[in-house]
Design a protein around this ligand. Structure first.
Ligand SMILES: C[S@@+](CC[C@H](N)C(=O)[O-])C[C@H]1O[C@@H](n2cnc3c(N)ncnc32)[C@H](O)[C@@H]1O
Length: 237
């Protein structure tokens, strides 16, 4: 089946999608060995327009982005310690996954990063709209993950459902690694696409489609796997 997604409201399948995908597709970014790991700035901006329009206009009554589903896939984050220490959530979105992860846990400091963060502050159910997350010391950064230069600063780094949206997935993985302290914990939940065919799927909001090998190679750097369930892993540096 061919699927073409042009905006939150424009989704087509069948013959219409076949025609649309001939006109607009991501084939120029595709590498059969690794999938689509990187796009250009113009393509990334289109994806961000979709994301912004989606959250601010179409789904603005939502209170979370599939928190229950992710928690189930991480077995309710049982592998995580009670004290998360200094935490960074990359691509935190309007609601964060931390709002679920922190249940029954503590943290000393929270850093939330997302290129659309300043827009999300206007959403009614944004948990950091006051500038603080759960009354903890909080730093809000409207920034792309690729621009983070923090080195060994965080005890816990969270990245869930972000890589499909970024400019350069390999660069973001590198940033996650650099930002984690030795002995720190990475909570990584990202889809992989071994079957991706750019002439069968175009989704304006999801420019990146990495093959599993990209994440497998990355995860090999970590000293310990604390939890693993297909695309959901918790690893210790
Ligand atoms: C589907 S949302 C998921 C949000 C959050 N991780 C969650 O699961 O609730 C993807 C988020 O990634 C963000 N994003 C896109 N490109 C990014 C980049 N280069 N660096 C960091 N975040 C990015 C988007 O702005 C969006 O908020």
């Amino acid at each position: 089946m061919t699927i073409w997604v042009g905006s939150p409201e424009r989704i087509c399948t069948g013959d219409e999608a076949v025609q649309a995908i001939l006109r607009q597709n991501d084939a120029c970014y595709y590498n059969p060995a690794v999938g689509v790991v990187q796009v250009d700035m113009a393509r990334w901006r289109q994806a961000q327009e979709y994301e912004k329009r989606g959250w601010l206009q179409c789904w603005n009554g939502d209170t979370n982005d599939r928190c229950d589903e992710h928690a189930r896939n991480f077995m309710n984050y049982v592998a995580l310690k009670k004290d998360l220490g200094r935490v960074m959530e990359v691509g935190c979105g309007p609601f964060t996954q931390l709002q679920r992860i922190i249940d029954g846990r503590t943290a000393t400091h929270i850093t939330l990063i997302d290129p659309l963060l300043k827009h999300y502050l206007q959403l009614r159910y944004c948990p950091y709209k006051t500038g603080k997350f759960k009354n903890l010391p909080t730093l809000l950064r409207t920034k792309m993950a690729e621009q983070i230069t923090d080195i060994e600063l965080y005890d816990t780094v969270i990245c869930i459902n972000v890589l499909e949206h970024v400019l350069n997935a390999r660069k973001v993985l590198e940033v996650l690694w650099m930002a984690l302290k030795r002995g720190g914990t990475l909570v990584l939940g990202e889809r992989t696409y071994d079957e991706f065919d750019p002439m069968k799927l175009y989704d304006v909001g999801h420019p990146i489609h990495i093959r599993r090998t990209v994440l497998d190679n990355f995860r090999r750097r970590f000293s310990t796997t604390l939890y693993s369930n297909n695309d959901y892993t918790i690893s210790q540096k």
